[in-house]
Write a protein of this length. Structure first.
Length: 327
């Protein structure tokens, strides 16, 4: 019976074993790589140059880099730097027109979300004329919301939910207006609040400094209708006094409405207002008295720009929104 004989030299055998081992080692390495990184992923390491990975597009409708995900983060940047560099940086270098350094859009969450455990969650800087460091714009008409929302859980009385800081003696601290009604409120560089529509407060208090330099709060008087006051001192001679109304005060009052005068004699006499005109009033002593003395007076009038209302119904206050849960 014929029996075929095969002869393998040492070189061939060693080569065959080497190939088999190589295949086995290669297969093991691929399996390990698939466990360590997603399939078809690439890792590029570099210690110099401009970028380890670069995407370059010259088409107006093409992305330089595109990241897509159905459940996770599409693009994520991470850094361990301590020199102020960023995990993700977006830079626009155009000198004309407009473009975004970073653009975020979402149909079910935040367009841009920032969080930090040691500094600002989101910070914006601008050196452009008329431009804002951070701008919040809400364009919804049926599903509307806030242009900017601010919230703080501070319990130290050191920080605010919203802070505005001006760095110049000519910079207003705050301005808010309604483009549809021209309603305007400002807080100027001296922290003076001014609103074209007036102001509604539950309690109005004014801040003052006493003789010891301590800041105290004084309560303002209240009236059922809009009024403006002026006070002064006049002198009666022979039982009669003609008191002119100060021109500056007279220019602010509604002269078609009656004004009120309250008298306090600075002596033993009884006085009354005998006549009132738009330019002044006459004071006399009762029972034809002819005393000569001084008296204080207070004029209460209606401002020329006051609305014709008395104890108007207060506008509805916005409901207190529930605290938003952190992400």
């Amino acid at each position: 019976m014929f029996r075929p004989t095969f002869q393998l030299n040492r070189t061939g055998l060693a080569g065959t074993l080497a190939v088999g081992m190589g295949i086995a080692i290669s297969s093991f390495t691929v399996v390990q790589a698939e466990h360590a990184r997603p399939d078809k992923s690439k890792v590029f390491s570099c210690s110099s140059g401009a970028a380890c990975v670069e995407g370059n597009s010259t088409a107006g409708s093409a992305y330089g880099v595109l990241g897509m995900s159905v459940a996770g983060t599409a693009v994520q940047g991470m850094t361990a730097a301590t020199n102020g560099n960023s995990g993700t940086s977006g830079i626009s270098t155009g000198t004309t027109g407009s473009a975004h350094g970073v653009y975020g859009r979402s149909s079910n969450g935040q367009g841009v979300y920032g969080t930090s455990s040691s500094s600002n969650g989101v910070e914006g800087h601008s050196s452009g004329a008329g431009a804002s460091g951070v701008a919040g714009i809400q364009q919804g008409t049926t599903a509307s919301g806030d242009g900017v929302y601010s919230e703080s859980a501070d319990t130290t009385n050191l920080y605010e939910a919203l802070e505005a800081k001006a760095d110049s003696s000519n910079t207003y601290i705050f301005e808010g207006y309604n483009a549809a009604t021209d309603g305007l409120c400002t807080i100027d560089y001296n922290a003076t609040l001014a609103c074209t529509g007036g102001a509604d407060f539950q309690t109005l208090r004014a801040r003052h400094v006493n003789s010891s330099g301590v800041h105290v709060l004084a309560y303002a008087s209240e009236s059922a209708s809009a009024t403006i006051d002026d006070v002064g001192t006049a002198r009666m001679v022979g039982g009669v006094a003609n008191v002119p109304i100060d021109r500056a005060f007279a220019s602010t009052i509604d002269r078609t409405s009656p004004y009120h005068v309250f008298l306090t004699p600075l002596g033993d006499a009884s006085l009354y207002v005998a006549q009132k005109t738009s330019s002044g009033f006459v004071v006399r002593e009762v029972h034809g008295g002819r005393s000569t003395l001084s008296f204080d007076y207070r004029i209460v009038a209606r401002p020329i720009d006051a609305k014709d209302d008395r104890l108007p119904i207060a506008p509805a206050m916005r409901a207190i929104r529930p605290t938003r849960s952190p992400r």
